[in-house]
Design a protein around this ligand. Sequence first.
Ligand code: NDP
Length: 397
Amino acid sequence: MGKVLIIGAGGVGTVVAHKVAQNKDVFTEIMLASRTKSKCDAIAEAIGGNKIQTAQVDADNVEDLKRLFNSFKPELVINVALPYQDLTIMDACLACGVNYLDTANYEPKEEAKYEYSWQWAYQEKFKEAGLTAILGCGFDPGVTSVFTAYAAKHHFDEIHYLDIVDCNAGDHGKAFATNFNPEINIREVTQKGKYWEDGKWVETEPHAIHKPLNYPNIGPKESYVIYHEELESLVKNFPTLRRARFWMTFGQEYLTHLRVIQNIGMARINPIIYNGVEIVPIQFLKAVLPDPGELGENYTGETSIGCRIKGIKDGKERTYYVYNNCSHEAAYKETGAQGVSYTTGVPATIGAIMFMKGLWRKPGVYNVEEFNPDPFMEQLNKQGLPWHELFDVDLEM
Ligand code: NDP
């Protein structure tokens, strides 16, 4: 149905490449491009069968991207590089008439700031060009946003309370490692907490609100309210929400390491001069931490991510919990990557399938909850992320 270009050859790019290659009825030609071409070649070789072409590209450079787009002529770009590259890739898409999909909102390198304003500002440009941009199509944001849209469409007249609950009960056997790009991950989890209540944002100190939540097939795990980007678009697209929060589990060891990293200045994102060379401490730290893409081999346990929703149906209060559990070992067996990369790469591929099939195609810039959730939910079950629903449950558990 169409040519696809994947940009980024990290953990998530590895999974997207595998899943896209498995759907050859949808993707007629596939190219994987990244800063380091040898990483693309290794992934293409692991998939085999000459299914994937590879290329080198600097996604910070619009001219370099345009050269690649004009030679390969993709219909859609799946951006699984870093959030820093979102705008340059969107610019190149506009210049070359290519549609766009990503899994994380744009972040300026010099400031850990999470908001869609920069990308939403492209709305008119994409509309005028007749191109579709699908934002935030990983698991969270992504599946959690589709879960919310599905609940609102099928199970509620109004949704009032939303808790997105994200548990990683896996064990990779390392003293400290992050499950996706360390720089992006540490910037995200060390920021202040923030949630939506009664029409406004409430800010907290980092990790100030926490309690054990009970996850299916896992049990209770200490969970912390953090800010997560899908909250911004969800409260806009579902204005009946009275409260929307995001909870993530962290182990004590992880939090202790994080505290030390911050206290000794290694989480700094502004450059320092060391031996006459400018370095950014958090980027140096990334270079010495385990590569998230390499964690898969001994990773055991599973992730459990879902949405707990309370609202009204036919005048009565209703509670609903929709979730997916994903095994790190099964993800590794299928793609060579761990569960967090898998739960991000599979939804990105499904979003691309939705686009190629014409199911999610409308000129402009949209968050995933603005499309029809039904065909996406169907594909989750087929592509390796089956979901489950519980009704009338105690959401405080
Ligand atoms: P990795 O760091 O493993 O991979 C990033 C890849 O992008 C690397 O191959 C890197 O190249 C490449 N890259 C970085 N800068 C450039 C550039 N200027 N030009 C070309 N390529 C570049 O990250 P992950 O795979 O873990 O994460 C990928 C994305 O997925 C991130 O944006 C992350 O925020 C997002 N994500 C989203 C989630 C969700 O649920 N929505 C969850 C997890 C991640 P090189 O190898 O040379 O460094």
